[in-house]
Design a protein around this ligand. Structure first.
Ligand SMILES: O=C(CO)COP(=O)(O)O
Length: 254
């Protein structure tokens, strides 16, 4: 894979202004890892401050609305994210699908809005434990890709600004990381679906793994064929926990 590995910290609904110091520490350390693309997605209230505090890493939101503006109390548009200097947005995370009833069609509409606003997009997919046990994990994830990826985009836009995060729901926040061979198989399934939509440019779309990634398991996950990076939750909340994952991405063979 030609692109740099992409290591993204999703702070979810965690943090305070005090965590700006963690973002600054990650940003300072980023200079040591020019071969890794590093980014953080803080909660909306802190997004602007983090953006102003860092220079070497990307900054993104955790959601956006489908509309550019209007009467949508509590929502944030992709245009607003772009306006404050955000680089990307995470869309369709399983926690939003669960907490806010987001379905594939809505995720796709948000992705279209975000790409139109010039942002990068990370679309999250992943099966539940019941679906994995029933042997339907690949079918579920293929269906999510088909439904939530903006197929009308040009392959060139997808190749440069779209990423997919495979995050098995049962591995998120549980300490139970997926087996490397399962991660490889799922990433192949995602890639096949993306290739059906975008043709050979789909090779360039980064597919990240997410779910209990930490400094110990990152090297073996990131060395797996087809794994273009990691979407990290709990271990992204401090620079001390996050930077070993970045270091593993710089030398994935460990
Ligand atoms: O959901 C995740 C990232 O988006 C993964 O969270 P954890 O790393 O806490 O398991």
């Amino acid at each position: 894979m030609s692109q740099r590995p992409y290591i993204v910290g999703n702070w979810k609904m965690n943090g305070s202004r005090a965590m700006l110091s963690e973002a600054r520490a990650v940003d300072r350390a980023a200079q040591r890892y020019p071969d890794v693309e590093i980014a953080l997605a803080p909660p909306f209230p802190f997004l602007g401050s983090v953006r102003e505090a860092v220079t070497a890493i990307g900054v993104g939101g955790q959601d956006c609305h489908t509309a550019a503006k209007g009467a949508h109390t509590g929502d944030v548009s992709a245009a607003m994210l772009a306006d404050i200097g955000a680089d990307f947005v995470i869309l369709g995370h399983s926690e939003r699908r669960r907490d806010h009833g987001e379905d594939d069609a809505l995720v796709r509409a948000k992705a279209e809005a975000a790409l139109a606003a010039g942002l990068g997009v990370i679309i999250c997919v992943g099966e539940t434990l019941e679906e994995r046990d029933a042997g339907t994990a690949e079918a579920v994830v293929s269906r999510q890709i088909e439904g939530s990826v903006p197929a009308g985009e040009s392959a060139a836009v997808a190749a440069s600004r779209l990423a997919v995060a495979y995050e098995p729901v049962w591995a998120i926040g549980t300490g139970r990381v997926a087996a490397v061979e399962d991660v490889i198989a799922m990433h192949v399934a995602v890639r096949v679906r993306l290739a059906a939509i975008f043709g050979e440019e789909a090779e360039k779309i980064r597919i990240l793994y997410g779910g209990s990634v930490n400094g110990e398991n990152a090297a073996s996950l990131l060395a797996a064929p087809g794994v273009g990076g990691a979407l990290v939750g709990g271990a992204s909340l401090t620079a001390d926990a996050f930077l070993p994952i970045v270091a593993a991405a710089a030398q994935p063979e460990g």
